[in-house]
Ligand binder design. Structure first.
Ligand code: SF4
Length: 168
């Protein structure tokens, strides 16, 4: 049966106050997808058990793929190691993605969890580096399509297709 493709989206892009400082970054197009029942908001850091608000975190020594491979860590600006919470949130996000047969994910750019292809560099000074956040990396490794809010519109990702089927 042909159904509308269902996407996971970062909860902060859908208007939820889930960011580390207790704010949202609503994107009108993402909000519209949620209203139309075509996207489900999730916050991997909250799913991992972190509170809101919380100290900002960045990946040090690599990116999300390296965190999954246990060769990099996620630290707060105060130096606390929150790697396990980030991994827990990523794994729970992947579990839900499979349970709900989602077609892909549209995630918040540059986040240490949700960022795709570019994240902060671990210095807490605003620098960026190539790489993905922990959740974006895990979803990608599992074969799901991943976009950030700045790129998905270009990819024409949200066409109707059978549930669970990824576009090339
Ligand atoms: Fe938004 Fe993702 Fe950060 Fe949650 S973990 S606040 S969804 S960017």
């Amino acid at each position: 049966m042909l159904l509308k493709a269902l996407y996971l989206v970062s909860a902060c892009l859908a208007g939820a106050n889930t960011r580390f400082d207790g704010t949202a970054r609503p994107d009108p197009e993402i909000v519209r997808l949620v209203r139309e029942g075509r996207a489900i908001p999730i916050c991997p850091e909250q799913l991992g058990g972190l509170p809101t608000p919380r100290p900002p975190s960045e990946i040090t020594g690599g990116d999300g793929h390296d965190v999954i491979a246990a060769t990099a860590r996620v630290l707060t600006c105060e130096g606390r190691d929150v790697t396990e919470a980030f991994l827990r949130g990523a794994q729970e996000t992947l579990r839900l993605a499979r349970e709900w047969q989602i077609a892909g994910a549209i995630l918040k750019a540059r986040s240490p969890s949700c960022g795709y292809l570019q994240i902060h560099d671990g210095s807490f000074e605003g620098g960026l580096r190539a790489g993905s956040g922990v959740t974006a990396a895990l979803l990608k490794e599992a074969g799901l399509q991943v976009f950030c809010e700045e790129t998905w519109k270009d990819k024409q990702a949200l066409t109707d297709q059978p549930r669970g089927e990824s576009r090339p």
